[in-house]
Design a protein around this ligand. Structure first.
Ligand code: FAD
Ligand code: NAP
Length: 543
């Protein structure tokens, strides 16, 4: 790893870069590489002490991707693809972090990254057309462009349960997990939450702990991951077909080549054929089951068929009818909250030292010095794990005071919910881009595919501007308004806005309820972005 002084020298060589990039996860790293290749000077600020983003922060036991490793990886470098060997179908956090560290080394990225540095404000200076970016280290830098690669799931959320700070045992949030190993052996552990994170974490915690209490407010649809080690011949086969796999992924709605392409709606098929397809998807494992039919998210009756199949499977797995009644999800259509992938979650719940507390019947009312107080009972524990999610999509952007020197602030602009042109730019904020911002497919897709698409689009746009002598780009209000209406109309054609999910901001009290990602799919979205670029960036104003 590069030393702090070497980093400082790198930065000193370049006091005012062309581009400031905020964040050094998948998005920030690729941006830095792409923009450098095009001859732009860059400075990256990263709040963490190393690269990795999500995979730097989420070190909880059991953390792994839910898109197959080979697809949850960069496609921009065929050499990197050939060099890197994924060991499991779904790579675990340490392996993904090693991969991103390897990328940083291989492309010599660290010299332009300032670690342990949080960007606090970004102000557009109207006369000079530059952004002034300030950090918590009292650094101030000017740059023509700023790209926010701050992540959709990078601001952790602790629930507003009274007494949280009173607890005298150890308390953790999954998204800010300690770097040193946490040993739960012999301890009584409470896990609050049953989203994707908790479902991965609970079986691992239960392997060690003397007692595990799972506080579930909403039961979620969980599908088996069927994770396993990869064999050499599988790796070779993938490496031989990488170009084909990447191309195929880009042409799908979710950016995943291995999901079977849905050809029929539920209503078009006889019951035995639906069952056959669902059973095949269940056996294959992974989230592809939700993509078995074309109309699962648009037709309530179709959704019901898929949901009932999964409910039946969960009942079979759980066995005990009383427990099944608690963990079978009934309150939202399948797919309207992010479907979870599990490895032994339901089986873990049936173990003698694991108990599920239904926080709907018995809400958590307080954290005490020694445990969790629900309406009916006090549960003494030694450790608390909050798997309570994130202020998603807008949290990291709004944590930075983004404004123009004429007094327009992003927080004001987004006070009723985020608006954006393509999820890439916001009217009123010139020369500012957001990677996988609200209004783009982002979290509804394989994020690496969406990140690469945004990074390449932004990089080409900057090169295009430079070639024409433009120094200012801004999304136009009419183009933004039209895009926002399209994003909302597309969501309203689906069941997605119905659920109380983080997709709509419902997990954060007081956050405006707006369905944030674009449901149109990565293939159609890419075509739209490419067409806009080809038309000379229609919908953008240049100077
Ligand atoms: P991030 O990885 O979130 O990186 C953003 C970085 O910006 C962070 O390191 C943060 O510290 C930094 N930052 C933010 N604000 C500031 C600031 N003001 N100043 C300085 N630095 C700042 N997606 C999938 O497609 N498939 C998966 O299987 C999958 N699994 C996931 C598992 C978990 C546990 C989580 C939480 C998310 C998962 N995701 C998954 C989504 C995941 O976030 C993306 O896939 C991807 O890693 C995002 O990369 P990014 O670079 O855009 O953002
Ligand atoms: P999440 O999906 O938002 O889940 C948070 C959980 O905490 C929910 O069960 C929520 O219940 C519960 N909760 C929040 N406040 C509570 C309270 N006061 N009392 C009781 N329960 C409370 O967060 P996450 O699990 O961290 O996942 C976030 C996203 O990250 C995922 O959707 C996914 O996109 C990504 N992720 C992916 C993977 C993967 O498999 N690769 C793993 C982890 C995360 P309610 O539902 O009732 O609000």
């Amino acid at each position: 790893m590069m030393t702090a002084s070497a980093q400082t020298q790198g930065a000193a060589r370049n006091p005012n870069p062309d581009v400031v990039i905020v964040g050094a996860g998948f998005a920030g790293l690729y941006l830095l590489h792409q923009l450098r290749e095009l001859g732009f000077s860059c400075r990256v600020y990263e709040a963490g002490a190393d690269v990795g983003g999500t995979w730097y922060w989420n070190r909880y036991p059991g953390a792994r991707c839910d898109i197959e490793s080979a697809e949850y990886s960069y496609s921009f470098s065929p050499e990197l693809e050939q060099q890197w060997d994924w060991t499991e179908r779904y790579a675990a956090q340490p392996e993904i972090l090693s991969y991103l560290r390897h990328v940083a080394e291989r492309f010599d990225l660290r010299r332009d990254i300032r670690f342990d540095t949080r960007v606090t404000t970004a102000t557009f200076e109207t006369v000079t057309g530059h952004w002034r970016v300030e950090t918590d280290g009292n650094e101030s830098v000017h740059a023509r462009w700023v790209v926010m690669a701050t992540g959709c799931l990078s601001v952790t959320r602790l629930p507003d349960i009274p007494g949280r700070d009173r607890f005298t045992g150890a308390a953790y949030h999954s998204g800010n997990w300690p770097h040193e190993p946490v040993d739960f052996s012999g301890r009584r552990v409470a896990v609050i939450g049953t989203g994707s994170t908790a479902i991965q974490l609970i079986p691992e915690v239960a392997r060690q702990a003397a007692e595990v209490l799972v506080f579930q407010r909403t039961a979620n649809f969980c599908l088996p991951a069927r994770n396993r080690p990869l064999f050499d011949d599988e790796r070779r086969a993938t490496k031989a077909r990488y170009r084909e796999i990447r191309e195929a992924a880009r042409r799908t709605p979710a950016g995943v080549a291995y999901f079977p392409v849905a050809r029929h709606g539920v209503a078009d098929l006889p019951a035995d054929e639906r069952e056959r397809l669902l059973e095949a998807a269940w056996q294959r494992g992974g989230t592809g089951l939700g993509r078995t039919f074309t109309d699962t998210l648009t037709r309530r009756e179709s959704n019901q068929v898929v949901a009932d199949f999964v409910r039946r499977k969960i009942r079979e797995r759980v066995g005990d009818p009383a427990l099944a009644a608690k963990v079978v999800p009934l309150d939202h259509p399948i797919g309207t909250k992010r479907v979870c992938l599990d490895s032994g979650y339901f089986e873990t719940l049936t173990q003698g030292h694991v108990a599920l507390v239904d926080a709907r019947d018995e809400p958590v009312v307080a954290i005490t010095q020694t445990g969790v107080q629900t309406r009916g009972q006090h549960y003494p524990v030694d450790a608390l794990v909050f798997a309570t999610g994130f202020d998603a999509m807008t949290g990291a952007l709004l944590a930075i005071d983004i404004r123009t020197d004429e007094g327009v602030s992003l927080r004001d602009r987004w006070s009723a919910g985020p608006v954006s042109y393509l999820g890439l730019a916001v009217a009123g904020f010139p020369n500012l881009f957001t990677v996988t911002g609200p209004g783009s497919p982002s979290v509804l897709s394989n994020m690496v595919v969406s990140i690469e698409q945004h990074v390449e689009w932004i990089a080409h746009c900057l090169a295009w501007m430079r070639a024409r002598g433009f120094d200012r780009i801004e999304a136009s209000e009419p183009a933004q308004t039209e895009w926002v209406s399209h994003v909302n109309a597309a969501a309203d054609l689906t069941l997605l806005p119905e659920a109380r999910s983080w997709y709509t901001g419902a997990n954060v009290p007081g956050k405006p309820r707006v369905f944030m990602p674009y449901v149109g799919g990565v293939a159609a979205y890419r075509e739209k972005c490419d067409a806009i670029a080809k038309e000379g960036y229609s919908g953008f104003l240049f100077r």
